[in-house]
Design a protein around this ligand. Structure first.
Ligand SMILES: [Zn+2]
Length: 205
């Protein structure tokens, strides 16, 4: 693409770094911004900058939060004996949207994937085990995608959890056609949490 302006070219290059945004879309977005009031564009960039600088990980569940402890973890209305283990913050949002779950979460920050070089130490596993040691937790629900990585992660965590006297269950799996929880409709996801099943694997615990 030949640009008449270096400033334009630089802005397009930044937008084109976003996932799913090609050069043409990037150019369209940048030209759109140029049609906005300067104050609106300043607000846009300030919001992104503030997000990046100020967002935190909840020190209990590792979900994204405005505060050191997120609203879910600090709510007395939630059942803190029930922890739903998810891959990332999108899964928390998807499950919260069902309005069917009243427990708390633990965000792993990924799934075990030897192909991608992601092992247990790259995930929030120790922080989960610490929570179980320090708190009265009765049940862990795995809400991980029905992929090989999801299966591997559940299998690994189940082994690590066997020394705790905790019920371990999984949401009905195979519900998601693409695998990712965020794409499942709310009714199906809500039902799959309500009808969760005890986790058993082929290898005895
Ligand atoms: Zn939290």
């Amino acid at each position: 693409m030949n640009f008449s302006s270096r400033l334009l070219e630089d802005a397009v290059a930044e937008f084109a770094k976003l996932p799913g945004v090609g050069q043409k879309t990037a150019l369209r977005l940048v030209l759109h911004l140029l049609n906005q009031d300067k104050s609106d564009v300043e607000k846009f960039s300030a919001t992104i900058s503030k997000l990046r600088n100020e967002i935190q990980f909840c020190r209990v569940c590792l979900n994204l939060s405005d505060h050191p402890v997120c609203e879910i973890c600090s709510s007395p209305k939630r059942d803190h004996t029930l922890i739903c283990v998810v891959e990332d913050t999108r899964d928390v949002m998807a499950i919260e949207n069902t309005n069917q779950y009243n427990g708390v979460y633990h965000v792993l920050g990924g799934l075990i994937s030897p192909m991608d070089g992601i092992g247990p130490s790259d995930l929030e596993v120790d922080s989960l085990l610490d929570r179980l040691k320090e708190n009265d937790v009765k049940e862990i629900i795995f809400a991980l995608s029905a992929t090989m990585e999801g299966d591997t992660t559940i299998f690994y965590l189940d082994k690590r959890l066997k020394s705790f006297n905790i019920t371990i269950s999984t949401i009905a799996r195979g519900i998601a056609f693409g695998g990712e929880l965020e794409y499942v409709d709310e009714i199906t996801l809500g039902r799959s949490i309500a009808t969760r099943v005890p986790y058993t694997n082929s290898v005895s615990r």
